[in-house]
Design a protein around this ligand. Structure first.
Ligand SMILES: Cc1cc2nc3c(=O)[nH]c(=O)nc-3n(C[C@H](O)[C@H](O)[C@H](O)COP(=O)(O)O)c2cc1C
Length: 160
């Protein structure tokens, strides 16, 4: 089964979990970055406002083609209790995703809020079937017992 992990990470927590998936499976990792510039002083508030409003932002790479993959895994930090505008833009811009299976995870500081339900809605809106969501506290990213729930989801997708 070919797995593509598409993720956004600003401070490395989500990247760490994505790389863990990459070490367990022979998965393609695609890190998506925001190309818009924000002032370092005001960006926390801008990011929170944009995340709350489920806004989109310019990203690189844009228009990721997943047509050759069987399972897509999405990873996002939680910002203001939601997934980030970067992962939103990545999902909106996907090519060849209709009918694919998907799993998603978010890393957070203790309050994931509506991260899960929002990601499910975005993924379903693009015609993918979501198999499950994992919420991982940033303090647990190196804890195999805590990341096991995510690995189990991927494992069930592989067996389905
Ligand atoms: C703009 C911003 C907003 C955040 N909002 C939340 C939040 O609502 N709930 C929470 O638990 N953590 C929140 N966090 C913490 C991040 O979700 C957490 O540190 C995450 O693991 C960061 O992932 P990254 O290192 O891959 O960028 C926020 C962080 C930032 C920068």
């Amino acid at each position: 089964m070919k797995i593509c992990v598409i993720y956004h990470s600003e401070t490395g927590n989500t990247r760490h979990v994505a790389q863990h998936i990459g070490s367990v499976y022979d998965a393609k990792l695609v890190e998506v970055r925001e190309t818009a510039n924000h002032s370092r002083i005001t960006r926390f508030l801008s990011w929170c406002k944009m995340a709350r409003g489920e806004e989109l932002t310019p990203i690189e790479p844009a228009g990721i083609d997943v047509s050759t993959y069987d399972l897509i895994v999405f990873g996002s930090p939680v910002w203001a209790f939601k997934p980030t505008p970067v992962i939103h833009a990545a999902i909106i811009g996907l090519k060849g995703c209709e009918g694919k299976r998907a799993v998603a995870f978010g890393t957070h500081g203790g309050r994931p809020g509506q991260m899960g339900e929002t990601l499910i809605r975005w993924i379903n809106n693009r015609g993918m079937g979501i198999l499950g969501i994992a919420e991982i506290n940033q303090k647990d990213i190196e804890n195999d017992k805590k990341t096991k729930a995510l690995i189990s989801l991927i494992e069930s997708a592989r067996k389905a």
